[in-house]
Design a protein around this ligand. Structure first.
Ligand code: GLY
Length: 613
């Protein structure tokens, strides 16, 4: 297994004007829109421009995923129809991350203003226990042991994806499940060419995949291994997808598929039962929102609104807390050490709060209002030394509180309301009417538990997102998490997945999100700051170098494309730095406020693909 395939100015309070220079459309861009553009990985060759299109846009990790989304849009489907089609397609063509054996979130915002957050996060099985990953020596069972929280049958949480996708489609879609599943079924049935990336991944994961018979059979070609250009057909998955298309999500949770999943898990000593599957319920939650007033480069005020992910995601709370803390910071860009310093110090504090307070909101009283309140952010920001790094051991979680009514009216430039590798994948969709869907879904680790069900799909290892041992970092991401996130039957493990949107003057402006465990939060936050605060166009907002600080360990991770001078400048301020190949894979869509042009920006750090029409 690999560890993280290794990221306006507010009226009266921001010193520097933040230019909002959204790219304009051009005939050349529109022409390019219909073509898929594979992105080379060498930063020198990264695309400088987003893909532009006048109607709809889909940005995903994989060409075939984006094509499936556009196919559905062109057939008259809306953004949610297309998003569900993409999700099922990625389950076929991106097995490491795309999944029906895991869980995720989808943020939907319709052009008429309605919005919902679909939570199809996995839950702990009924037989799960608080200390199930602690060995007789009192220590966490090591990662390479097939009874650990990261590999094998005991690491699997009850999957939520199929139920969640069906719920999103029933709530906002316009097409039938069978219609939107067509591209996925076709690709599973007839197969698709194995890319160099996929062949490389299978080889890299071989020693873990070949422990499990169906993983060996399907992804390692019964030990013969796939070469680039070979055709990967997945008849077991095709049959399962056809049954789901015919019978709906009930097939997965109470039908033949449920029985196939549970028979195999039971024989191998896993915990999930037929009751666990039958009892699984996706949830519709209120979108977490924060409003900001900001001036454009021309001095005109614009109203910005952030729509983001509520718990059990920790990401939306973190992003709003961070944006509130950064209100008074004149961000200049990521070649400016003061800007990097302030954002890293903000992240440090936000992650300390995450460790203390965030958990499944159905079982824990998460202080969302306090953590996202402007006066708490002001207090928290005041602890930052703008010249020197604060050691993480000296940073404790704060005491979140909401602003008194009068104080809020006097001093709060934002208002926040609640009315609304690690391999995960994020995709964004905007349709011709301006409806949008942003979805991040996951198996947790790359290839999840590495167990493939006889029904043809990989199963997650999401149990490691629980606090497997209080005070001890979790296995995959090194995150310290609270007791409120302890393992308990039916609980959802805390997530960092953060599908997010920005509205500008009430209209859709930016749709974003990322994979990457805790670095999801940083990658998504940076994309939002790049678009809203630094006025970057969509592709620049995705290409810009990324960094990440999660409080513990006390390290700032920096992508390779930062110059050495920045690393040295941060070290001189007391930061411990560490280079990371890439942080996050953001697939985003911007909307030009004047022309409505959709700007698809897929992440060039991998095989991201933006495709529009
Ligand atoms: N499994 C990664 C996350 O949900 O944050």
């Amino acid at each position: 297994m690999k560890f993280l395939s290794q990221a306006l100015r507010f009226a009266g309070f921001l010193a520097a004007a933040i230019p909002i220079s959204l790219a304009t459309s051009s005939a050349a861009h529109a022409q390019a829109a219909a073509e898929f553009r594979p992105h080379p990985v060498d930063p020198k060759d990264w695309p400088k421009q987003a893909v532009h299109a006048p109607h709809g846009m889909v940005a995903t990790d994989e060409q075939l995923g984006s094509q499936a989304g556009v196919e559905i849009l062109k057939r008259g489907g809306n953004a949610v129809d297309a998003a569900v089609a993409v999700a099922f397609t990625l389950a076929v063509v991106e097995p490491a991350a795309g999944n029906i054996g895991g869980g995720g979130f989808m943020l939907v915002r319709l052009a008429d203003g309605r919005s919902s957050f679909f939570d199809y996060r996995e839950v702990a099985p009924g037989k799960a226990t608080r200390n199930m990953y602690i060995g007789p020596d009192g220590k966490l069972i090591p990662n390479d042991n097939v009874t650990s929280s990261v590999i094998g049958y005991r690491s699997i949480a009850v999957p939520g994806t199929v139920a969640g996708l069906e719920l999103a489609l029933k709530t906002y879609g316009t097409l039938k499940l069978a219609d939107v599943m067509e591209p996925a079924i076709r690709l599973a049935d007839t197969g698709f060419p194995v890319s160099e990336k996929l062949a490389h991944e299978f080889a890299e994961e071989k020693t873990s995949l070949d422990k499990f018979p169906f993983s060996l059979h399907i992804f390692l070609n019964d030990g013969k291994m796939f070469r680039p250009g070979d055709t990967l057909r997945q008849p077991e998955l095709a049959a399962t997808l056809k049954r789901i298309a015919k019978n709906g999500a009930a097939e997965f949770y109470t039908g033949d598929t449920a029985r196939a999943i549970v028979d195999d898990i039971t024989k191998a000593g896993g915990l999930i039962t037929l009751d666990d599957l039958a009892n699984y319920k996706p949830k519709v939650r209120e979108v977490l929102r924060a409003q900001y007033s900001a001036n454009d480069r021309d001095g005109r005020a614009h109203a910005w609104e952030v729509l983001t992910s509520p718990p059990p995601s920790s990401g939306g709370v973190a992003i709003i807390e961070a944006m509130n803390m950064l209100q008074t910071t004149p961000l200049k860009g990521w070649d400016d050490v003061e800007s990097v310093h302030m954002v890293a110090e903000t992240m440090r504090r936000v992650f300390a709060d995450r460790a203390a307070y965030l958990a499944d909101p159905d079982y824990s009283d998460v202080p969302i209002a306090g953590l996202t309140s402007p006066c708490y952010a002001k207090e928290r920001a005041a602890t930052i030394d703008p010249q020197h790094a604060t050691p993480s051991k000296d940073v404790k979680a704060g005491t979140p509180h909401t602003c008194a009514a009068s104080a809020a009216a006097d001093s709060a430039p934002t208002t926040v309301s609640l009315n609304d590798g690690p391999h995960t994948t994020h995709f964004s969709v905007v349709d011709a009417a301006g409806n949008a869907a942003a979805s991040t879904y996951t198996l947790n680790d790359s290839y999840g538990s590495h167990v493939t069900s006889p029904a043809g799909f990989l199963l997650n290892d999401e149990m490691d997102d629980f606090t497997t041992q209080p005070g001890v970092p979790n296995a995959l991401f090194g995150l310290i998490q609270s007791d409120a996130n302890a393992i308990a039957p039916g609980h959802r493990p805390l997530s960092s997945m953060t599908p997010t949107m920005l509205l500008r003057d009430g209209k859709l402006s930016f749709v974003t999100g990322s994979p990457g465990g805790p670095t999801i939060i940083s990658a998504t936050l940076l994309s939002v700051l790049n678009w809203m605060r630094l006025g970057m166009d969509a592709q620049s907002a995705i290409n810009a170098p990324r960094f990440h600080h999660q409080w513990m360990p006390d390290l700032i991770l920096m992508e390779q494309n930062f110059p050495e001078s920045m690393e040295k400048a941060l070290q001189a301020r007391g930061f411990t730095t560490k280079r990371r190949g890439h942080i996050g894979l953001v697939n985003a869509i911007g909307v030009d406020p004047k022309t409505g042009d959709r700007q698809g920006a897929a992440d060039p750090r991998d095989n991201g693909s933006a495709l529009g029409y």
